[in-house]
Design a protein around this ligand. Structure first.
Ligand SMILES: N[C@@H](CCC(=O)N[C@@H](CS)C(=O)NCC(=O)O)C(=O)O
Length: 257
């Protein structure tokens, strides 16, 4: 969203290290992460939460949008940050960027409706499946996950460019981040392995690679697939990162256009 709206002059991105530590997310000079945060010298994400509220007692999660002037958290809910970025800076943006609207008024009903099941069964579904500690919990989540992927594949069978038709919406943004990780990380590490996107869902794969390769500054340059994979591996007791499937993301030429 930040790249799509061209908000780089207003908002910088500071990456934490990909491994989730005992004290939560932390900085460490490796891959995208600096040794410490450049503004306060913090070593842990939690330090921002305590700076904002010394009595904070909930989870220390990313993404987290920080206000450098007021030294506090603006928001830490990705679905809300998407909406903030969609409009909040429009008065300061060039006309072409201000005009980009991924939650257009006339599509809000449709977007809210699809977000509901895509979030529960897919975005959160991969986590519910991956962290299921019993067979029952796994079964309860893995089937709705794949039924929802089937439903999307069916929806896109008319060859549409984006999930809701000819217009890119927040539905594409929210689905992209889960599906680009799907084969490389969730399929193996989270046991979401009924089908792979690349072999089982030709329409979804085509849509995914279209965003990835045809809008590279927005999607490709913000996808750090090797780091995601290592990060998900650290949620498992041995932290061993599986090698495949290679390539982690298929080439553009692998699908019919
Ligand atoms: N509602 C939040 C949830 C964010 C969330 O759970 N983030 C995870 C990483 S994907 C996290 O930071 N977990 C840290 C922890 O559980 O300690 C959102 O979607 O923005």
């Amino acid at each position: 969203m930040l790249k799509l709206k061209g908000l780089e002059d207003f908002i910088s991105v500071v990456w934490l290290h990909w491994a989730l530590g005992e004290k939560g997310w932390y900085f460490k000079e490796e891959d995208n992460s600096p040794a410490e945060d450049p503004y306060y010298g913090f070593k842990f994400l939690r330090e921002f939460y305590f700076r904002a509220d010394p009595g904070y007692d909930k989870r220390f999660t990313v993404p987290m949008l920080w206000d450098l002037k007021h030294e506090t958290i603006v928001n830490n809910e990705s679905s809300e940050i998407i909406r903030i970025f969609n409009t909040a800076f429009n008065d300061h943006l060039p006309a072409d960027k201000a005009a980009i609207d991924v939650y257009p008024e006339d599509m809000r009903g449709e977007i809210d409706e699809i977000n509901e099941w895509v979030y529960n069964n897919i975005n959160n579904g991969v986590y519910k499946t991956g962290f299921a500690a019993t067979q029952e919990a796994y079964d309860e989540n893995v089937y709705p996950l794949f039924e929802s992927l089937d439903r999307l594949e069916e929806l896109m069978s008319d060859g549409r460019e984006f999930v809701l038709g000819s217009r890119m919406t927040e539905v594409d943004i929210r689905l992209f981040v889960t599906l680009i990780r799907f084969d490389a990380a969730y399929f193996t590490l989270f046991r979401t392995n009924i089908r792979m996107i690349r072999y089982g869902y030709p329409r979804l794969e085509r849509w995914l690679l279209h965003l990835f390769y045809d809008m590279p500054t927005i999607f490709q340059e913000t996808t750090f697939i090797e780091q995601f994979k290592k990060g998900y591996a650290t949620t498992k007791p041995d932290s061993v990162t599986p090698a495949g499937p290679l390539p982690l993301i298929m080439p553009r030429s692998s699908v019919e256009w």
